[in-house]
Design a protein around this ligand. Sequence first.
Ligand code: SF4
Length: 365
Amino acid sequence: CIMSRTDQTLDSGALDGIGAREPILKIRDLVKEFPIRAGVFRRQVGAVQAVSGVNLDLFQHETLGVVGESGCGKSTLGRSLLRLVEPTSGTVMFGTEDVTLASKGRLRELRRDLQMVFQDPYASLNPRLPIRDIVSEPMVIHGVPKKEARQRVGDLLERVGLLAEHGNRYPHEFSGGQRQRIGIARSLALRPKVIVLDEPVSALDVSIQAQVLNLLDEIQDEYDLSFIFIAHDLSVVRHTSDRVAVMYLGRIAEVANKDSLYDNPAHPYTQSLLSAVPVADPRRERSRTRIILQGDVPSPANPPSGCRFHPRCPVAQDKCKTDTPGLVEIATGHQVSCHFPLQAGETLLERVKELGREAQVSTKN
Ligand code: SF4
């Protein structure tokens, strides 16, 4: 079970219910802006606001899913946590230490505990190195004697479902699923506490996805790991996560225990995302109505005022254009960033009709 929290504005009530447990990772007001430069002198003329003030707690042995469309900032959020990109402001507390303040040397040490697995295992594995060097590299960097590191590589490869002798081969000799297993073995080499999984199965065939997800499940128990699981696929997140945070344009739209989120989505954006996900029951699937959002995701270089979702929200009202909603708790552990959240059991389509509007829908998926 996951216990995680995400707020844009932290009200005291919102922190109730977490219990006395200290989070393993505590993210506060995290911002990441990428400067936009132009002209001969490369002067800064603006900034892409990729992550705009995210607060989030991750507790031990939990999986927090982070979902959203491409460009919503979820991958930048994951990378900022480990300082693979430098955050612009905010804090990332790992225990009592602020990762954002760590010196280069200290950061190297912290990366023993904080690891990342990437979407494209091929791009993240050096094609010129044999697997044993790729997997042992983090250990060698951290002073594990070469012989011992080599020995541990064999054990790690076997643990992720490969053979110890695969260490002699090169990345191109493996399938996508096997390469992701190698990426996971490498991330486990230093026995980390937290792994940020950035779309770890998106590049894999569906049948292989299930195998890799099962492997992640097993190693989470075995190594007592906490996961941040970044994905665009809501069904994958439902399968893997204890709690889910939905991101839109650098902000958290909604966060809840996965059952609350999938059964009673309160944010119009979450409902529209979920309406696009096929359901297993063929009868419900036939009658499923997909709500098609108008327009594209606006540019994070020039985000809309007020609620960032308002230009696409079929139930937006005047207040939405001017006032930025904070995350408010609508049920225990369920927070939503919307001035007019949907009630439990209320559908977005019903709200659209109630307001006398029309939404573009599709029953053919
Ligand atoms: Fe839609 Fe307004 Fe809610 Fe934003 S605040 S999601 S625009 S209803």
